[in-house]
Design a protein around this ligand. Structure first.
Ligand SMILES: *Cc1c(COP(=O)(O)O)cnc(C)c1O
Length: 220
């Protein structure tokens, strides 16, 4: 991707977002130079989905970047992500919440998180089921003193027809409201306008900013 188009894409998207919607630029697989281009255009929130890549990037990029961890998090990687991530979007079990709580306590800090919900119940996707989401939120609030629960996140089904997506977004927006949570992270390059229509106030956009991702052999 041409560096000057990163800046142009970013500005176009930023100008299209209503006030109060936070843009997370999803920088997984992108080089430090590509991220720096977006940083120089004023972007400060970036999203990564692998612990190792997050560590490598936090080591070399400016310290005022807010890193969002948006990928599936294994408990053995928690200690590398807690403290580095401004917000972990992908808490989907009590077991993971416990591990984050413990790691945060050890560092003497409170980690902000979102609970990831698999609203459509897709077998291949991470996230707690919609029916169990409220219990997990209550568990974190009552039993994890070193976690601050800020909101909910979902990766919506990969559907072209935006009207078919609306019910999934609306369902999570309702839950977010009923639990009195502030952040609703949903919407990606292909569906962020619909997600915002239905109440998202944080969107995670990668390819519409940086171009199509190219993965090395075994990665997905
Ligand atoms: C990769 C990724 C995105 C960004 O996807 P794009 O289609 O490139 O915008 C958003 N959220 C999550 C959880 C991701 O893994």
């Amino acid at each position: 991707m041409q560096m000057d188009s990163i800046k142009a894409n970013l500005e176009k998207i930023k100008n299209s977002l209503p006030e109060g919607v936070t843009l997370v630029a999803v920088s997984k697989t992108r080089t430090a130079d590509e991220i720096t281009e977006a940083y120089n255009a004023g972007q400060r929130d970036f999203g990564e989905n692998k612990a190792q890549e997050l560590c490598e990037k936090t080591d070399v990029l400016p310290s005022d970047i807010r890193w969002h961890f948006i990928g599936h998090l294994q408990t053995n990687k928690v200690k590398n992500v807690v403290g580095r991530a401004y917000l972990i979007h992908s808490v989907d079990s009590m077991h993971l919440a416990d591990a984050i709580d413990k790691a945060a306590a050890k560092q003497g800090m409170v980690q902000s998180v979102l609970v990831q919900v698999n609203v459509a119940g897709e077998a291949q996707k991470s996230g707690i089921s919609f029916d169990e989401a409220e219990d997990l939120c209550n568990y974190i609030r009552s039993s994890c003193p070193n976690i601050r629960l800020e909101g909910l996140m979902q990766v919506a089904p990969d559907l072209e027809n935006q009207d078919e997506l609306r019910p999934y977004f609306a369902k999570l927006a309702n839950l977010c409201k009923s639990l009195n949570l502030d952040i609703l992270s949903m919407g990606m390059s292909g569906d962020y306008k619909t997600a915002i229509d239905e109440g998202a106030n944080m969107v995670r956009i990668g390819s519409a900013i940086f171009g199509a991702r190219v993965y090395k052999n075994s990665e997905v």
